[in-house]
Write a protein that binds this ligand. Structure first.
Ligand code: PRX
Length: 630
């Protein structure tokens, strides 16, 4: 990868109405940032004091590069802040969660109702022998029980590891065994685009070689033809909580106790289990839900992410609930039964904050303005985006068509590892399409070269973070070396793995990954994972996978495959390989294109040069190929 390159930057700016800033939680960005710089610990202390601690912390942080501890000695439980506090207040009967199914079914929970359900599931898990520190894998579609299960784990101090419901059996198995899960909570099916997609057989396959699993809890949604429960190991979700009481004291958690593990693809090898803690993560998610998303008590807040991703953890579940917000959550896809469904939901529920992903915005663009124009979107006051660069065309469209040119549009840059927003344009500040914005108050970030020297405006470099922040990952589960790699790649910084460029105002534009991760429709896919799935097929000798730019998904996966002797390239075989990847990793990791080749470009030491493949694919100069083997 070229280390220094110049980028021509547009200066187009939208300045929101003065009232946006005046009415926002954050207020003036510069003032807030200066207050942080003046005394970082006092800044985070103020943020943490908005939450309840059973025992107050003695010290805000201890920083022993590259290890941080936050809110030392503090005892808390995130569910106390997300539920008990509200139930004990006038928010008791406020709507916490509106869930809409694909068939228009609705389930609505007030804070009191959600609280009761969480406590019952917490007791149900206790009955199965789940204790503080045990890992519980949650592999479910977007249903209220998915969120309830996460909170139930947190209630009793069990560490949840949520796996996105679109992963296949092998991907699920590696995440279950990686975390050593004692219990897996799943569902029989998900409903998508009018079809029933069975899930239970995936779990059955995934736990064959997962010796730590003692129970599988199955939410049975298909009531007409209920799946069979194999009572040796399985239990029905609602049977588990049939006779339990909705009373369960919160487990007293140390600020540094783990809250959850969330797997994210690595650029090499197996996925990484990112570990977040009870105290720091809670403060980060709460602070940013308030100060970046600007959630207020009368908002109807809708983040379209699946709780199975970090966005769902921080900005569907923990952050918004800690603020006592009303959430909209749906299992439905944005184009079924027709492309108007999301816009109708905005009108119907009176959504005020709409947080989605560039890939969805680009899909909306393709489907046409007539769909949003059919609905009254005047309830919206803030738009937000996450997951990949929000290109200027998508920004303009979303800003104009959904926000009618009146809503601040905040492009939030962050990662599973950061736990919370890091770089964005806070509400009320001038917005520059294509630029995420500046580090938020609380975060020190810059664009630097490989030695950690800040690069001048207009010159590309690596996005990197300098100081610790409360919701930073504490470790990669059982993999110290990979944790250290984040901190040892660029001296003095946490290396995020993204390329970026800054303009003269300090606004940061994120250009994409600098490593072998492919961001497809906002989901990180490791080339290594797809390549090893392909090679596990008996016809494949070797493979290399690259990301290829796509106008809707950001990138698609393209695979190059060398066949073993005795196998012949054919469309039939291509389909077989696609099917194989679908079954092992899941549909999200399926290549869109496969080319059969007889050789792959390599360095003399044998490493595949994906960069050369990519340049060739895009008709570009491959750059320095001096290490290419003849
Ligand atoms: O490459 C960046 C991209 O997504 C990566 C993090 O992926 P993940 O851990 O799955 O978390 C996604 C949701 C936070 C980043 O390293 N990314 C995320 N948000 C943006 C982005 N790229 C550009 N602009 C963003 N707003």
């Amino acid at each position: 990868m070229a280390e220094q390159f110049d980028v021509v930057l547009s200066e187009k700016t939208y300045t929101p109405d003065h009232s946006c800033k005046q009415n926002s939680w954050i207020g003036d960005y510069t003032k807030a940032y200066d207050a942080f710089l003046k005394d970082p610990d006092a800044f985070w202390d103020r943020a943490a004091k908005e939450l309840y601690w059973f025992t107050p912390y003695k010290k805000v942080k201890e920083w022993n590069y590259p290890y941080a501890r936050w809110f030392i000695g503090g005892k808390t439980n995130i569910t106390y802040n997300c539920l008990d506090r509200h139930v004990m207040s006038s928010r008791k009967n406020k709507v916490a969660l509106i869930w809409r199914g694909e068939d228009d079914t609705e389930r609505i929970y007030t804070y009191r109702q959600l609280f009761r359900e969480v406590l019952k599931v917490a007791n149900g898990l206790k009955k199965l022998g789940v204790k503080k520190g045990d890992r519980v894998c949650i592999y479910m579609p977007i249903v209220p029980e998915q969120i309830i299960s996460m909170l139930a784990c947190a209630r009793i101090g069990a560490v949840h590891s949520v796996v996105f419901g679109g992963f296949g059996a092998a991907a699920l198995n590696s995440r279950i065994t990686g975390a050593g899960a004692k219990v897996v909570i799943t569902a029989d099916a998900t409903f998508r685009r009018g079809k029933t997609i069975p899930l239970k057989h995936i779990i059955e396959e995934a736990i064959i070689n997962a010796p730590t699993v003692e129970y599988v809890v199955v939410l049975r949604r298909e009531l007409h033809q209920p799946v069979e429960i194999h009572s040796e190991m399985e239990i029905d979700f609602y049977d588990m909580i049939k006779d339990v009481r909705p009373e369960c004291e919160p487990e007293i958690m140390d600020a540094e106790d783990p809250l959850f593990i969330l797997y994210t693809s690595g650029s090499t090898g197996a996925p990484k289990g990112i570990v977040h803690t009870c105290g720091g993560y809670m403060v980060g998610a709460h602070y940013t839900s308030k100060n970046v998303l600007d959630i207020k008590d009368n908002d109807v807040y809708w983040c379209t992410a699946d709780p199975g991703w970090i966005t769902g953890h921080s900005y569907v579940v923990y952050g918004p609930l800690s603020l006592g917000a009303t959430l909209v959550v749906t299992e439905s896809t944005p184009d079924f039964p027709d492309p108007g469904v999301y816009w109708r939901m905005i009108e119907e529920f009176g959504v005020t904050i709409f947080y989605t992903a560039p890939t969805a915005i680009r899909m909306f663009m393709k489907l046409g303005e007539e769909w949003p124009d059919k609905s009254n979107l005047s309830s919206l006051r803030i738009l937000a985006s996450v997951g990949e660069p929000l290109n200027p065309e998508a920004f303009e469209w979303f800003y104009r068509v959904a926000g009618k040119g009146k809503c601040p549009l905040i492009d939030t840059w962050w990662q599973t590892e950061t736990g919370m927003h890091m770089v964005t344009t806070t509400v009320g500040e001038p917005m520059m399409p294509g630029f995420a914005g500046k580090p938020i108050p609380g975060v020190v970030a810059d664009v630097v070269d490989k030695d950690g020297k800040p690069v001048p405006p207009g010159t590309g470099g690596f996005l990197a973070i300098k100081e610790p922040w409360p919701s930073m990952m504490r470790s990669v589960y059982n993999d110290e070396e990979r944790y250290l790699k984040y901190w040892h790649t660029i001296p003095g910084y946490y290396a995020v793995g993204d390329l970026a460029v800054k303009n003269k105002n300090g606004y940061i534009m994120v250009l994409g990954r600098s490593d072998d991760l492919i961001v497809v429709a906002g989901h990180n896919i490791g080339t290594a994972e797809v390549e090893s799935a392909l090679v596990s097929h008996q016809a494949v000798a070797e493979s290399a996978v690259i990301g290829k730019p796509d106008p809707v998904k950001g990138n698609i996966i393209k695979a190059f495959v060398i066949l073993r002797q005795g196998h012949t390239a054919s469309d039939r075989l291509k389909n077989e390989l696609l099917y194989h990847v679908r079954i092992t990793l899941g549909p999200i990791a399926m290549p869109s294109e496969i080319d059969f080749v007889t050789s792959l470009p390599r360095t003399r030491s044998g490493k595949i040069m994906r960069r050369v493949l990519k340049a060739k694919e895009m008709g570009m100069d491959p750059g320095d190929i001096s290490t290419l083997d003849e």
